[in-house]
Design a protein around this ligand. Structure first.
Ligand code: NAP
Length: 323
């Protein structure tokens, strides 16, 4: 008999089919009574699939006494309560690496979109304004100093992309300096922002990074500066960001993520110096398929007693014998 797997949110079709071959899948969002479903599965369910829009917190975990593994669809797993999982010996997996290229590409699109005002140029053409005169000249990426906050898998992939542009240099801030990389490390984020024209944010979310990009950091970037956030909304103090964009203390911003998404403040949407996207960093069919298959491969590997493929560091990594 196939073991039960509680799926909290839809997976891409290819991954959903693969999951169905190996597990008896219960789709939480389709249940007439989700609480009754959880209570019915509680006694035997060992597998859960979670994602950003479908948090896996202590209230759910507590109702699943046999839970062994949570497969998170996404590399960022701030929506999974890893502390509650670790306490129970539950493994959490995520989807690293398979989305590096896509998120890096999205970052470059937002960066150029913000600096070259591509959304505004598009709106200008659509509004039929071109016959009335040319679109105003914009800023440029040429010669700019780029600082990257978060220099892990995706941050370093972004740096590789940027190395092909005619910019003045790349520096980074993370918790620790990386050996052997040809980029300047700043131990202090505000200092890096003061020495940068562009700040790209690509850290995890969660308590440790909440409002890491503070008003001070934004003001240090300055009136010509551009902030690009592809990490998580709460990493940036959104109220300070809007205020700085409105008052000219910050030049422009490219944002894929928002503090209270999917709610985006009307004040932000009204601004002319921003490029906005609805959290689409990895959102292509190709990459989402790869992420979905990695979720499923993790669960199957666990089921077969081979251990998790990509466990997160906060939860225990058991020997590759499974249970
Ligand atoms: P990663 O390889 O774990 O890299 C994370 C980087 O952030 C590391 O350099 C780490 O520093 C740094 N960091 C963590 N906490 C920090 C702190 N308190 N202060 C300063 N730096 C800190 O992760 P990744 O695969 O690159 O993914 C990064 C994040 O991108 C994800 O967690 C997710 O939130 C976000 N993301 C967004 C999208 C989207 O759709 N917009 C898509 C994918 C990912 P150390 O190197 O010193 O450890």
């Amino acid at each position: 008999m196939k073991p039960d797997c509680l799926l909290l949110k839809p997976l891409p079709q290819k991954a959903r089919e693969a999951l169905g071959h190996a597990f008896s899948v219960h789709e939480m969002w389709l249940a007439d009574d989700p609480a009754a479903l959880v209570s019915r599965l509680g006694a035997q369910c060992r597998f859960v699939v979670a994602s950003g829009g479908a948090p896996c917190k202590a209230d759910l975990i507590d109702q699943l006494p046999k839970l062994e593994i949570v497969g998170n669809f996404g590399v960022g797993y701030d929506s999974v309560d890893t502390a509650a999982c670790a306490k129970r010996g539950i493994v959490v997996t995520n989807t690293p690496d398979v989305l590096n290229d896509e998120v890096a590409d999205t970052t470059i699109a937002l960066l150029l979109g913000a600096i070259r005002r591509m959304p505004q140029a598009d709106a200008f053409v659509r509004a039929g304004k071109w016959p009335g005169g040319n679109f105003p000249l914009t800023g440029t990426l040429i010669g700019k100093r780029v600082g990257i906050l978060g220099f892990g898998r995706i941050g370093q992939t972004i740096a590789k992309r940027l190395s092909g542009f005619n910019i003045a240099g790349i520096s980074y801030h993370a918790r620790s300096a990386k050996a052997g990389l040809p980029f300047r490390y700043y131990g202090n984020l505000t200092e890096m922002a003061a020495d940068s024209d562009v700040l790209i944010v690509i850290t995890p979310g969660g308590a440790a990074t909440h409002h890491l990009v503070s008003r001070d950091v934004i003001e240090a970037l300055g009136p010509q500066g551009c902030l690009v956030n592809v990490a998580r909304g709460p990493v940036v103090d959104e109220t300070a960001l809007i205020d700085c964009l409105k008052t000219g203390k910050l030049g422009s911003a490219g944002l894929d993520v928002f503090e209270f998404e999917p709610k985006v403040p009307a004040e932000l949407m009204a601004l002319d110096n921003v490029a906005l996207a609805p959290h689409v960093g990895s959102a292509t069919t190709y990459t989402r398929d790869a992420m979905g298959m990695l979720v499923v491969d993790n669960l199957i590997s666990w089921k077969e007693g081979k251990g998790p493929l990509t466990p997160v560091p906060e939860t225990p990594v058991p020997p590759r014998t499974g249970r």
